[in-house]
Design a protein around this ligand. Structure first.
Ligand code: NAD
Length: 453
């Protein structure tokens, strides 16, 4: 039996003991996970520094605080989330108990990505634990230091039979995908998302696909450009642009393009100094393969800011591309790096049709002081999320369902949404064995007299 098969079998056996049905067990596991995060912060920080050159404060801010918040929320709300949810009754069910009972699905497979490897792998795990499932955790092999530390630490802090970690790359993941799961929660690119869904279909396993794509950012000319560009610069270059909801490209009118470039240039200097390479808050590209891919994407476009690179360090400076053509290389795939193309359009209408001619994005950003422009963008486009006058921050709101639509994904999570996504919402109707007279109408023979009753 392979390592992958063993992990799944072990998780299923643990689930079948029924221990994860107890809320006290789930809360204990969640608290253990919280303890892991606070006690082993140094190991986590080290792993992320080695994988992505993330700083200690950056790790706190972009990975740990969110995880702790989600754990605290689940611990404090679990009793409420897991309780029966009464529904409205009809005349025919007035004396029955009618409710929804969330129940665990069984064994969940969680496949994580490498860009925020702790956040995107452990956040679904929090929901899986809260909902009473067993879970097989497959961290991304691309962030290899994190994968190793995650494997060591989860087995030390959690019930390792219920939540085994399987490390490895494509062959190991494919072997895992042959197994039968009760849900698969995948974070990564859309191409692999399709393979995951195909494998899941063989067992009729439901999936959550947290994918990516090109998230557009429209800057209206009626807008405080200094503030808009400050927020966009932050959203684009944090984690070196390797953020699934990073603004991928800017759409704006030609008349404001140069001011946008000036403002972004100022912000890059302010955030990352004149030499981002020496700045501890500026990251690195995850590996040489992605470094080469990104350098290739610049070809054929006009670089107006940055553009310098050092392959030995996987470093690419914050880069802005001007007057980019919609057919250029950089517009053919999700950038996922520190390159920001600007495409000029004649106004809001053309920006909307540009967006609508492409796949539905994970996030859509609009910067404007004009409520009508924001409203128009909202009503005439579709995307996983829409933000006006800011970037990324919707990720931190646990009450907002986080996820894509169309090519950017299916299903959603965060807060109670993760709990619901990884639960079966079972319909329950409990009737008493009396008041049989009420039921006469439904029993044959269906005489006219019964219908009048
Ligand atoms: P990745 O290369 O780490 O792949 C993700 C997972 O899929 C890994 O665990 C990997 O082992 C597995 N995998 C890769 N190829 C496979 C194959 N052929 N068969 C089976 N499994 C395979 O990460 P990535 O895809 O480069 O991640 C970047 C993408 O993820 C971007 O598109 C980004 O937008 C998206 N993303 C989305 C979210 C979100 O929440 N929606 C979050 C982070 C990243």
């Amino acid at each position: 039996m392979s390592r992958q098969q063993q992990a799944v079998e072990q998780a299923r056996k643990a689930f079948q003991t029924g221990r994860s049905k107890e809320l006290s067990y789930r809360i204990k596991q969640l608290k253990n996970l919280r303890r892991l995060i606070s006690e082993r912060q140094a190991d986590i920080v080290d792993a992320l520094r080695n994988d992505l050159y993330k700083s200690e404060n950056g790790t706190q801010l972009y990975e740990m605080i969110g995880l702790e918040g989600e754990i605290n929320l689940a611990v404090s709300r679990l009793a409420e989330w897991a309780a029966p949810r009464p529904v409205e009754k009809s005349l025919l069910t007035i004396s029955d108990e009618v409710f929804i009972q969330p129940e665990p699905l069984g064994v969940v497979l969680i496949i994580g990505a490498w860009n925020y490897p702790w956040a995107v792998t452990l956040q679904p795990l929090i929901g899986a634990i809260a909902a009473g499932n067993a879970a097989v955790v497959k961290p991304s092999e691309v962030s290899s230091h994190t994968a190793k530390v995650m494997e060591e630490l989860l087995s030390q802090y959690l019930d390792k039979e219920m939540y085994p970690v399987v490390t490895g790359g494509v062959p190991e993941t494919q072997e895992l995908l042959q197994q039968r799961f009760d849900h698969i929660f995948y974070t990564g690119n859309s191409t692999v998302g399709k393979l995951v869904m195909e494998a899941a279909a063989r067992h009729l396993t439901p999936v959550t696909l947290e994918l990516g794509g090109k998230s557009p950012c429209y800057i209206d000319k009626d807008c405080d450009l200094a503030i808009a560009c400050r927020r966009i610069t932050w959203g684009k270059y944090v984690n070196c642009g390797q953020t699934c909801i990073a603004p991928d490209y800017i759409l704006c009118e030609p008349s404001i393009q140069d001011r946008v470039i000036d403002e972004i240039t100022k912000c890059i200097k302010e955030f990352y100094t004149d030499d981002p390479k020496t700045c501890t808050d500026y990251g690195r590209i995850i590996n040489q393969r992605h470094f080469k891919r990104l350098m290739g994407l610049i070809e054929g476009s006009s670089v107006v800011v940055g553009g310098s690179a050092d392959e030995s360090q996987c470093y690419i400076s914050p880069t802005v591309l001007k007057d980019v053509n919609a057919d250029s290389k950089v517009m053919q795939e999700e950038i996922f790096g520190p390159l920001l193309p600007i495409i000029t359009v004649s106004g809001t209408g053309e920006a909307i049709s540009f967006i609508n001619q492409r796949e539905k994005p994970l996030a859509l950003y609009v910067f404007s002081s004009n409520k009508k422009v924001i409203q128009q963008m909202m009503s005439e486009t579709s995307s996983g999320a829409l933000l006006a006058n800011d970037c990324l921050v919707h990720y931190t709101v646990s009450d907002l369902p986080f996820g894509g639509v169309g090519n950017s994904g299916m299903g959603c999570y965060h807060g109670k949404y993760t709990f619901d996504q990884l639960s079966h919402l079972r319909s329950c109707l409990i009737k008493k064995l009396n008041m049989e007279g009420v039921n006469q109408m439904r029993y044959p023979p269906h005489t006219a007299k019964k219908l009048q009753w």
